[in-house]
Design a protein around this ligand. Structure first.
Ligand SMILES: Cc1ncc(COP(=O)(O)O)c(C=O)c1O
Length: 364
């Protein structure tokens, strides 16, 4: 079988080397005679894995000592709720920046849990001429006190990314589900970073939370114990049974990242991959991207065929060529190529090659 390149937005492809290793040790992990998924999370072997994974993540992202690293259940949406319940308390208010579909869903959840009067929103995307462009006002001029500012630096559905660090008077909570570890960031600028694992970290079912100790002093609302950050800290992310197999794969992805030059090396390749694809899309008039150049996501490249009647043919022919999961999100249509850390430059080059041939064949 020839190579299949998987452009799924999530659950996304994992590094092939990690998958091969997981396959080889699936039935007998670490000389235990059993699979890692059949082992107690409280065994000394699993605890060693957990400790190592945290140490590796701390090293990869240069996480300061006054931050906790948590491995939790519930994906990205679980964290939409957790941040509200952990930080808003009875009298808190929060500001949510909206730059696309996921930040908007985070607002819905916050309103559901805390009430409309506790949640302010600021739309930061201008869509004039059908081109999405982010512009963030000076937040220091906002005359209101907030417990936190929530935003999503990479909107997976819309293909919009915010590259500049935000200057905020309030602690920043960032949903980095789809761009965590894709480029270097300064963790100390954030109050909390969270990410569902299923894009750049591992399989779904796990979410990573990086939280500054100081934030854990904020008053909280009653909530399910398994989503309580303080309990997660107290129990080293093992208040209840964690998603152990997902955690093991995340640990392997962290090792793979370290063996392959860390986040700086990923960032370099991610830029090359995105440039290759966007410059091809811009080079003719068969395809188009609808995001301002400075906000084009390096992880989720959205594009449209100018003649949308060719969409079905594009998807069928790309699939036959081994390029799968290119359909855009149902809410926005078009196409989307998700090119997370695990996607090679060769994979993106194969996609560009296919897109060229498809355009040549169907150009009228
Ligand atoms: C940026 C972002 N936030 C949140 C979510 C929701 O994640 P989950 O499905 O794990 O709840 C997603 C899912 O794709 C996402 O891309």
């Amino acid at each position: 079988m020839s190579a299949t390149y998987n452009f799924c937005a999530g659950p996304a492809m994992l590094p092939p080397a990690v998958m091969q290793k997981a396959k080889a040790e699936l039935l007998d992990w670490n000389d235990q005679g059993v699979s890692v998924m059949e082992l107690s999370h409280r065994s000394k072997e699993f605890i060693a894995l957990a400790d190592q994974s945290e140490a590796d993540l701390r090293e990869l992202m240069s996480i300061p000592d006054d931050y906790h690293v948590l491995f939790m259940h519930g994906g990205g949406r679980g964290q939409f709720a957790a941040v509200v319940n952990n930080f808003l308390g009875e009298n808190g208010r929060a500001l949510y920046l909206v730059d696309g579909s996921w930040s908007s869903s985070a607002v819905d959840e916050a309103i559901k849990l805390a009430g409309e009067d506790k949640v302010d929103t600021l739309n930061i995307v201008d869509k004039s001429n059908e081109i999405s462009k982010v512009s963030i006002p000076n937040l220091h001029e906002v005359k209101q006190d907030y417990r936190y500012l929530h935003y999503c630096p990479n909107e997976t559905v819309d293909g919009i990314e915010i590259f500049d660090e935000i200057d905020s008077p309030w602690p920043i909570i960032a949903d980095m589900s789809s761009n965590i570890m894709s480029r270097e960031i300064d963790v100390s600028r954030y109050g909390l970073i969270y990410a569902g694992a299923q894009k750049n970290i591992g399989p779904s079912g796990l979410s990573i939370v990086i939280v500054k100790d100081e934030l854990l002093k904020l008053p909280q609302l009653p909530q399910a114990s398994i989503m309580d950050y303080r309990l997660a800290v107290k129990h080293d992310s093992m208040f209840n049974t964690p998603p152990t197999f997902a955690w093991y794969l995340a640990a392997e992805v962290f090792k793979w990242l370290k063996d392959n030059g860390g986040i700086a090396a990923m960032a370099k390749t991610n830029t090359q991959k995105a440039e290759l694809l966007y410059s091809f899309i811009d080079s003719g008039d068969f395809y188009e991207n609808r995001v301002a150049v400075e906000n084009r996501s390096q992880m989720n490249v959205t594009f449209y065929l100018k003649d949308e009647s060719l969409n079905e043919a594009f998807l069928a022919e790309s699939k036959a060529a081994g390029l799968v999961a290119l359909k855009g999100h149902r809410s926005v249509g078009g196409m989307r190529a998700s090119i997370y850390n695990a996607m090679s430059l060769e994979g993106v080059a194969a996609l560009v090659e296919f897109m060229k041939k498809f355009a040549d064949k169907h150009q009228s």
